[in-house]
Design a protein around this ligand. Structure first.
Ligand code: PLP
Length: 399
């Protein structure tokens, strides 16, 4: 038996474990300190009530022989696939329910989709990046080419015609940078993908946070994107499903490579290796698309948007460069005086008792940047910003 030795090429993921170790050590020595965490990208608001009610009702159905459901369709129940297609229709995008695949979250599908692509493909990945794109390709031994996301390009890298890639990862609004592509920029990517017979894996996990009506919330808002892009989406951040688990993947029928429809390949992959998301969870997810569900989800997102505004205001006041926050729950700031992101993490923890995420954890281009999230409570966010303001003013005076 030979193991998959590509796993040995993975870099240890020290980011969140190092953060936790540092925070625990600090708390041990300063038991009185009230540390505020604006680091990990998990939500804090509970599930919308409509989702809870729908799941309770579904659980009840499971307790009666007449309404009990066993195995469901691997690709999701028609009621949820149709509701998702209806959500796209409201954005002016026509999708058949058969082009929508229900998943247990975007992370699994972002990794699993690679099953249908040859290991010989070259993969183009932005740096900094959500680490899952890198690690899942390292596991398969694929060649990875990085494109720089930096302050000069607004953390939104554009295609380089001289560079040949087969699989392209785009995430907009972006984790970790919060930057969001315009429709024109996405059109340039679609055009590059079509010219190079490449596929775009478009991660739209944060689409619900786009507040600028001119910015796209799906890559399919761009003409011909259905011929080159797969879109991944999630209920995690939109509706607080991080622990409940549900998402979806769109594989359009028009996506044909080597004469093969990717929709058929993905259907075969899913029906072979996946047994679907639980009926109860799918009922909860479908409730998100009801009128009341949309109202409740928007109310939750508005709370996070309010937090992002508080963070953005503080940084603007303190003259700190940042991107994100407006169309995203993430704020990506330049560490003062080009400070290393881990040094900034330590200083912020020790002097302001606030925890963020060092940009170095997302790639080399993140080493002097820092991520704050708007997923905390409004009170905690306000208090954290008060402390950060004092901390930054102190740093300025020290200079
Ligand atoms: N994509 C991005 C960019 C994310 O930041 C995350 C989670 O943090 C995911 C996907 C995973 O989402 P899910 O909870 O649906 O697996």
């Amino acid at each position: 038996m030979k193991i998959n030795r590509h796993y040995l090429d993975l870099e240890e993921s020290y980011l969140f474990s190092t953060i936790n170790t540092k925070v625990s050590a600090y708390k041990k020595d300063h038991s009185e300190a009230e540390v505020i965490r604006l680091g990990i990208g998990d939500v804090t608001l509970p599930l919308p009530q409509v989702c809870v009610d729908a799941m309770k009702e579904a659980a009840d159905e499971q307790s009666h022989a007449e309404t009990f459901r066993g195995y469901g369709p691997e690709q999701g129940y028609p009621f949820l696939r149709e509701a998702i297609a209806g959500y796209y229709e409201k954005k002016g995008i026509g999708l058949a329910a058969s082009e929508v695949f229900v998943s247990d979250g975007a992370k699994s599908d972002l990794g699993n989709i690679l099953d249908i692509f040859s290991e010989e493909n070259t993969v183009l990945i932005p740096d900094p990046v959500y680490p899952v794109y890198v690690d899942t390709n390292v596991m398969a031994g694929r060649k990875i080419v990085y494109m720089d996301a930096c302050a000069e390009n607004g953390f939104l890298p554009m295609p380089d015609p001289a560079l040949k890639a087969d699989i392209i990862y785009l995430c907009s609004p972006n984790n970790p940078t919060g930057a969001a592509y315009t429709k024109e920029q996405l059109a340039a990517w679609v055009s590059y993908a079509l010219d190079n017979s490449a596929v775009i894996l478009y991660d739209a996990a944060y689409e619900a946070f786009v507040s600028d009506p001119d910015l796209p919330r799906s890559i399919y808002e761009v003409e011909n994107a259905d011929r080159c892009a797969i879109e991944f989406c999630s209920f995690s951040k939109t509706a607080g499903f991080t622990g409940t688990r549900c998402g979806w993947t769109v594989v359009p029928d028009a996506l044909i490579f080597d004469g093969v429809r990717l929709n058929q390949l993905w259907l075969r992959r899913q029906t072979t290796k996946f047994n679907g998301v639980s009926y109860i969870v799918q009922c909860g997810a479908a409730a998100v698309f009801s009128e009341e569900g949309q109202r409740q989800v928007k109310a939750n997102i508005d709370v996070y948007r309010g937090n992002a505004r508080i963070i953005a205001q503080t940084l603007t006041e303190c003259g700190v460069w940042f991107t994100g926050g407006e169309n995203s729950p993430y704020i990506w700031l330049a560490c003062p005086d080009g400070m290393d992101s881990w040094d900034f993490f330590d200083a912020l923890l020790e002097q302001a008792n606030v925890v963020g995420t060092p940009g170095a954890g997302f790639g080399k281009n993140g080493k002097s940047f820092f991520r704050l999230t708007s997923f905390g409570s409004p009170d905690a966010t306000r208090e954290a910003m008060k402390r950060i303001r004092t901390f930054l003013k102190k740093e300025e005076t020290a200079d």
